[in-house]
Design a protein around this ligand. Structure first.
Ligand SMILES: Nc1nc2c(c(=O)[nH]1)N[C@H]1C(S)=C(S)[C@@H](COP(=O)(O)OP(=O)(O)OC[C@H]3O[C@@H](n4cnc5c(=O)[nH]c(N)nc54)[C@H](O)[C@@H]3O)O[C@H]1N2
Ligand SMILES: Nc1nc2c(c(=O)[nH]1)N[C@H]1C(S)=C(S)[C@@H](COP(=O)(O)OP(=O)(O)OC[C@H]3O[C@@H](n4cnc5c(=O)[nH]c(N)nc54)[C@H](O)[C@@H]3O)O[C@H]1N2
Ligand SMILES: [Mo]
Length: 672
């Protein structure tokens, strides 16, 4: 029997799935052909979901630590005992150090709106430190917001009508593969596809043109384009007059970046910058898909803000098939009945999840004494792993890990609670790559003794004596409540189809910029008074910021973009996928390899002042001189020396959005 579901992974596509159930086991997963955006195909990874659910190594009972921290010696215990212990420890830590000594750590292992947010009410009620969950997207969001306002951007499906597509810092064939058919169709009708990425990704290889800027220099590249567009009069003056503010100031700034100057910063030849600008300016319907890459830089918000200026300059927002995309799937967001922000004592301490290493090793008043980790694997995904591991290893830290697998984080746990998989729970999914909302009910019951997030937090709440209704309502109660909100995106929403588990389109326009912008002026802001008020440069700026800890010692840039076969650190649990993914590699240009006596396949040591890891060298001109690329994330525990690429990344936050600059590290490399 085939049952419908939704892929839970943190990927823009949020696929419609069909899962085949035989004798209570999931034996096959395929794409749901009825999904309007994902259209019946799935990525290679999702085909392995049966091996995720029925994995030999899946944690099926609560476990308690029996050996020294991090040695992986655990014993099964009963649920009641495990929950009692966690509740007792919470009470003990609260009494001795105050509730802010407790920190929840979570991210996007599961993207369902209910389960993902199921812990908030519990931690608010405790008065625990609050987690600022900015590890991924906010720098990009804040950058767009300054120029175009908040909210969803142009629908990816619109790209089908474009004649000129720029994929800017996004490895679409790896991280957003369901947009590809729309790009392909446009290309069949004559569109040109340009990729802007520091290395030759799969997506770059499939493009008509690939420009290779240095990391962190997109604002200079975009300003170079603007200078050409303005000086060659390829701009839409009427559109600019009616729909933008600050054009004159911006034009003066752009004049400082003719392609010859921009080129010295971004490394793209001036002739290519000019060519790109002219093609963009002359296109009938130019479309830009920005990824998150340009924003995972110390000046990432500025980069996104600057790129986001381009469409308005050429009047793209009034033309079908044109526009710019970051995230989609806005719509109703009121989950307060579930998250209960009102329960959180005012002025409760906030801890940025990017700075976990510091939080666990340096924070005082009170120090973190209990970390409750769920839907995240910080020992692998958080920056500056050496500090994170030092913190997780602390004997005086009680670590609760709610997981399906023995991740690097779980290895350090005091208590592990077995999590149910997404195919075993009820949830509602919206996407950040399309505008459909979909319900998924359990395809099979929880495997072993595993439990869903909501159930676990409600059971813990019971032990703490919490009586608010949130601690007894069901998933469906919260979903019904959510769908009752009077929100324009729910206008005409097909509730019947939704409850039949069909993907239902939210009422979000394909071109949300047709009728104005959510900025303070209601217009595109080339000049941002908001940024000026914050003491920031109000105009686009092309000066790049590099890793300041590099000094003169570390001169190679390192980026750590997504791996085709993993999703962040997920899917490492599946042996077949690990086999396909092979060893953890670092791409290095032949010139850099030669200078360091590194040959193809050598085990090398990549290091900087923050840490080091061992990777296998892939000597290739797919990366530029001066740039190392480590696609990730392999589980550190399975890598040589037990160390992953996040040994090298920094906790330093981006210019705006307090995000991690994952692709902004200076390193050196040597034969191991
Ligand atoms: N297979 C797979 N799919 C995934 C993920 C995964 O790990 N694996 N991760 C998921 C998640 S959580 C997210 S947020 C999305 C992210 O999806 P993407 O936006 O595709 O990923 P990024 O890591 O942001 O990097 C995108 C590209 O930007 C490039 N890049 C790095 N620095 C710069 C720069 O300064 N300028 C420019 N122009 N490009 C730069 C990188 O080389 C990379 O190819 O993907 C999701 N999908
Ligand atoms: N170097 C480097 N580091 C990066 C990035 C990068 O590009 N480079 N990308 C960053 C980005 S974009 C992101 S979004 C973060 C992602 O960071 P995380 O969200 O921590 O990513 P995952 O590796 O997917 O870890 C999620 C864990 O949740 C578990 N899980 C899955 N479902 C459930 C569930 O229902 N309940 C519970 N309790 N657990 C569950 C999975 O088994 C998995 O171990 O990583 C960041 N880290
Ligand atoms: Mo992400």
């Amino acid at each position: 029997m085939w049952k419908p579901s939704v892929c839970t992974k943190d990927c823009p596509d949020t696929c419609g799935l069909l899962a085949k159930v035989e004798d209570g086991r999931i034996t096959k997963v395929k794409g749901d052909p009825d999904h309007p955006f994902t259209q019946g195909f799935i990525c290679k990874k999702a085909g392995y979901f049966p091996q995720h659910v029925h994995n030999e190594k899946r944690i099926l009972t609560p476990l308690i630590r029996r050996g020294a921290k991090g040695t992986g010696r655990f014993e099964p215990i009963a649920w009641d005992e495990a929950l009692d212990q966690v509740a007792d420890k919470i009470k003990e830590v609260s009494a001795e150090f105050g509730p802010e000594a407790i920190l929840p750590y979570f991210y996007a292992g599961h993207m369902g709106m209910i389960q993902r947010n199921a812990g908030h009410a519990f931690f608010h009620k405790l008065g625990a430190s609050r987690l600022l969950a900015t590890i991924c997207g906010p720098a990009a969001a804040v950058g767009y917001q300054a120029t175009l306002g908040s909210g969803p951007s142009t629908d990816l499906e619109s790209a089908v009508d474009s004649d000129f597509i720029i994929i800017w810092g996004n490895n679409s064939l790896t991280t957003n593969v369901h947009a590809w058919p729309f790009y392909r169709k446009a290309c069949k009708n004559g569109a040109r596809l340009v990729v802007i990425d520091p290395y030759r990704t799969r997506t770059a290889k499939a493009a008509d043109t690939h420009l290779m800027p240095k990391p962190g220099t997109d604002a200079a590249l975009a300003l170079g384009m603007m200078q050409v567009l303005i000086s060659e009069n390829l701009i839409d003056r009427n559109y600019i007059t009616e729909n933008t503010v600050g054009f004159d100031e911006m034009a003066r700034r752009a004049a400082e970046y003719p392609p010859e100057i921009a080129s010295t910063i971004c490394g793209v030849p001036a002739i290519d910058i000019r060519g790109l600008a002219v093609a963009y300016g002359k296109a009938r319907a130019p479309f830009i898909r920005t990824g998150w890459g340009p924003a995972r830089q110390l000046r990432g918000a500025m980069a996104m803000r600057t790129i986001a200026c381009l469409p308005a300059l050429v009047g793209a927002f009034k033309r079908p098939g044109a526009g710019i995309t970051r995230s989609l799937g806005g719509g109703p967001s009121n989950l307060t009945r579930l998250t209960r922000p009102d329960l959180c004592p005012k002025s409760t301490r906030v801890v940025n999840m990017v700075e976990l290493g510091d939080a666990l090793t340096r924070l005082e008043d009170p120090p973190i004494k209990l970390l409750y980790n769920f839907m995240s694997n910080p020992a692998a995904v958080a920056p500056q792993s050496a500090l994170v591991h030092e913190g997780l290893k602390r004997d005086d830290l009680f670590l609760v890990v709610h997981e399906l697998f023995m991740t690097d984080t779980a290895l350090f746990a005091d208590i592990i609670l077995p999590g149910a998989s997404f195919l075993e729970m009820t949830d509602m999914y919206r996407a950040y790559g399309h505008n459909y909302l979909r319900l998924a009910r359990p395809v099979i019951p929880p495997v072993g003794q595993s439990r869903a997030n909501l159930a676990i937090f409600q059971q813990l709440a019971g032990r703490m004596g919490f009586e608010e209704e949130v601690f007894s309502l069901s998933e469906e109660d919260f979903i019904k409540d959510f769908l009752r909100e009077e929100h324009p995106s729910l206008k005409g929403f097909d509730h019947e189809a939704f409850w039949q588990e069909k993907a239902v389109r939210l009422n979000i326009p394909a071109n949300p910029y047709a009728d104005g912008f959510n900025t303070p002026s209601g217009k595109v802001e080339f000049f941002s008074q908001t940024w000026l008020n914050k003491g920031l440069d109000p105009l686009p700026c092309g000066q790049a910021w590099r890793d300041p800890e590099g000094g003169n010692k570390y001169t190679l840039e390192l980026i750590t973009p997504p791996h085709h076969l993993f999703l962040n650190s997920a899917f490492n649990e599946i042996p077949e996928i690990r086999e396909l993914a092979g060893r953890a590699k670092v791409l290095i240009n032949p010139k850099d390899a030669r200078e360091r006596d590194i040959s193809q396949g050598d085990l090398v040591r990549v290091y900087n002042g923050r840490g080091e890891c061992s990777l296998y060298a892939e000597v290739t001109s797919d990366t530029q001189p001066g740039l190392l690329v480590a696609e990730g994330l392999h589980w550190p525990r399975l890598a040589p020396g037990g160390k992953g690429a996040n040994q090298l990344t920094s906790q330093r936050l981006t210019d705006q959005g307090e995000t991690c600059a994952f692709h902004c590290s200076l390193v050196e490399v040597a034969p191991a």
